[in-house]
Design a protein around this ligand. Structure first.
Ligand SMILES: *Cc1c(COP(=O)(O)O)cnc(C)c1O
Length: 443
């Protein structure tokens, strides 16, 4: 059962000579779990194949975007066609309106939509807009929520930053971080008291309505509604960062599940179908302040790129039930059921070893914490056992199951995962949980 990874080990050494840490996004380096990250040669459906020829069942899915599975034929065929028409014009196309319209149909709170290239850019622009619109400077975020890596939001940011134990990055000036207030997730009392003290200075509250960057953490009953009520009361904008959970927890995003309408929404990941696309949008009266409709400047040479729009359009059409498109009536229902099936299978295996774990699921997102206590915020997430996770992670990887290499990341199901994949994953977990039980015994 030993997996060969000589080629990846060599590739990693070589990459480090030319790329900081050998990767272009930190969590890819396996810094938290140790070992060599497999370098990927190709992917198809539910599988990724590394340069040593190992095949893995992939539950990372490029960190969320690959909801249809890898190299989905309708997406790759549309891209092949699109590439023949040229890859970028720096001028408007029909494709941009088409994707914006699709997003608006699926998430009606997004009346106007601006395309950008990354989630970071989306949240950065949404904050600038919120500050301009309200004439206020302070931003409020929640500890453990990640919104990308720009200065205002790289404060207590969970995810890659949590994995590497970097609470606040060096290089973020105090003068900027000082305008970012942080409050514990799911704690409405603390939020109320911050608003009571500084509510008039707060331009916006930005939140992952389903948090996926401290592991998967769900909002408590009534919590998002209370956040909405408070922001309204104090005239602060509410920004839902649905870069991860949008088109993952449900077709209409977390806002449709919890029935809370934000002023602005940020999207990314799934809306690009594996190409670099993100977007921000929301209330027309707010979005009309964006240039050239208004004075708030934001631009992008490759924004709305035709290849990226094409992948996004095909993906959203396929996962939605919009008439005139290939119908997938039960797409989300099936995907959610499949995710539940996997989680229940994993849970049953863990129970055999009397492991007390916290299993969380929202639509096609899932995660588990090696902790015997409920996890509902960053502090409780941090109390899970890192050694147990690493044992589990490596045992799964050895058996051909590729999970996110950090306890503080969610996992993702795709439409391409088969019953066999799920059965194989559950079988692998029996061995992995046995090792975790040994780890606890030895502790
Ligand atoms: C991934 C993510 C981002 C950042 O998106 P990038 O495209 O990596 O810049 C922002 N917010 C959330 C919730 C995310 O999951």
């Amino acid at each position: 059962m030993s997996v060969k990874h000589e080629q990846s080990a060599r590739a990693f050494r070589e990459a480090k000579n030319f790329i900081p840490g050998g990767v272009n996004s930190p969590v890819r380096s396996f810094g938290a779990v140790g070992g060599v990250p497999p370098f990927i040669a190709r992917a198809a459906g539910s599988k990724i194949i590394d340069i040593d020829g190992n095949e893995y069942i992939d539950y990372v899915g490029s960190w969320g975007p690959m909801i249809l599975g890898h190299a989905y034929p309708a997406v790759t065929e549309a891209l092949q066609q699109a590439v023949l028409n040229g890859t970028s014009y720096g001028a408007p196309t029909l494709l941009e309106t088409e994707l914006a319209k699709l997003i608006n149909e699926l998430m009606p709170s997004m009346e106007l939509v601006r395309m950008v290239n990354s989630g970071t850019e989306a949240t950065m622009s949404a904050l600038r807009l919120a500050r301009a619109f309200t004439g206020r400077n302070k931003i409020l975020k929640f500890v453990g929520c990640y919104h990308g890596h720009h200065d205002s939001l790289l404060v207590k940011a969970g995810s890659g930053a949590a994995t590497l134990g970097i609470p606040n990055s060096p290089g973020v000036p105090d003068s900027i971080a000082g305008n970012t207030l942080t409050v514990a997730y799911n704690d409405i009392t603390e939020l109320r008291s911050v608003f009571a003290e500084m509510g008039q200075d707060i331009a916006a509250v930005i939140i992952e309505p389903v948090a996926g960057n401290m592991g998967l953490v769900l909002p408590k009953q009534g919590y998002l509604g209370a956040v909405r009520q408070l922001t309204e009361q104090y005239g602060a904008l509410l920004i839902f960062d649905e870069v991860m959970c949008g088109f993952r927890v449900a077709l209409g995003g977390a806002q449709s599940v919890y029935g809370v309408k934000p002023d602005l929404t940020c999207l990314g990941k799934v809306i690009g179908g594996g190409l670099p696309v993100a977007a921000y949008g929301g209330r027309r009266d707010i979005m009309e302040h964006i240039a050239p409709a208004g004075a708030v400047y934001q631009a992008g040479t490759l924004s709305g790129n035709p290849l990226a729009m094409t992948a996004g359009i095909v993906t959203l059409k396929l996962i939605s039930q919009i008439p005139e498109t290939p119908r997938q009536p039960d797409f989300f229902h099936k995907l959610t059921a499949k995710t539940k099936q996997l989680c229940q299978g994993l849970q049953a295996q863990a129970a055999k070893f009397e492991l007390k774990l916290q299993f969380h699921q929202a639509g096609s997102m899932f995660g588990l914490f090696f902790s015997d206590k409920a996890v509902d915020d960053y502090d409780s997430a941090k109390q899970s056992d890192a050694g147990a996770f690493n044992t589990y992670f490596h045992a799964m990887l050895e058996q051909g199951v590729y999970l996110a290499p950090s306890q503080f990341e969610a996992s993702f199901m795709s439409a391409a995962h088969t019953d066999e994949d799920i059965a194989a994953t559950i079988a692998a977990s029996a061995i992995a949980f046995a090792r975790v039980a040994d780890y606890y015994k030895a502790k």
